[in-house]
Design a protein around this ligand. Sequence first.
Ligand code: NAD
Length: 265
Amino acid sequence: MTRKTTRIGLIGYGTIGKEVHKKIDGDPDNGMEVVFVNDMDASLLEGLDSELVLADLADFGSKNADLVVEMAHPEVSRQWATKILEKTDYMLISVTAIADKDLEDAIKETTKQHGTRAYLPHGGGVGVDALLENSDVWDEVNVIMKKPPHNVDCAAAGIDPNSITEETVLYDGPARDICPKFPRNVNTIATLSYAGRGLDNTNAKLIVNPEWNTATVAVEAKAPGVDLNISRVERIEGVTGASTPASIFNSIQMIASNGPGIHIR
Ligand SMILES: NC(=O)c1ccc[n+]([C@@H]2O[C@H](COP(=O)([O-])OP(=O)(O)OC[C@H]3O[C@@H](n4cnc5c(N)ncnc54)[C@H](O)[C@@H]3O)[C@@H](O)[C@H]2O)c1
């Protein structure tokens, strides 16, 4: 049986983008092929096959990608999500972008008009499946994130991470409002909220402590007769937890791989 290879375009070639590229290329049987890589920092693309380098994202259509994956910054979705979705499927991993209701509505409308699909990967989130499958039952969902302050990009919140000398709660409130304050750090809060009670009805807490050297994401959800408690503690590099690159690759694979074998869904 012959299957069409899925053509994948990558936007963002940092910690996650490089690893995802390596993993896609690492298994010739997975039925996926990287057809372009774009990054605003051209120096990161030096050494790649020139056929793969997409210097100007405006030319993405020439590459006929079946799926374009954003692994760069929420700003990319603001500028490009609907343009890409007019032509092909799009995964945004900088999920805080979806807290902008106008952008969320525009994405939904574009997919309806053009028969395309937008995807949010579970990324660094744990328990996304459990929240999603019973999204109508939850009375309360709390997502707690704990990080060392130097792994939080505090620029948009106007906070200097070096000024934090003890355990500090940087935010405690509705998930929607934390997203523009820490757009590069709380993607898992956005995803977990979107999967469960929505961004306005999920409580988000971001706590930092200079004595920590790991990142924690914890979910506590309650429904009649159900208590969901799950957390993960892991190494963090920059803004990204150790498990996230493999998680993003796995989500791409779930959508795009058409290779042989037994696949968990
Ligand atoms: N969904 C999740 O669970 C999750 C988890 C961790 C990180 N993230 C998000 O994923 C993204 C990538 O994370 P990372 O650790 O690889 O970051 P990184 O900083 O290592 O890499 C990001 C790359 O994107 C490029 N970039 C930034 N803006 C761009 C633009 N407008 N156009 C093209 N390229 C651009 C940068 O030059 C950089 O090379 C970030 O937005 C981060 O917040 C999501």
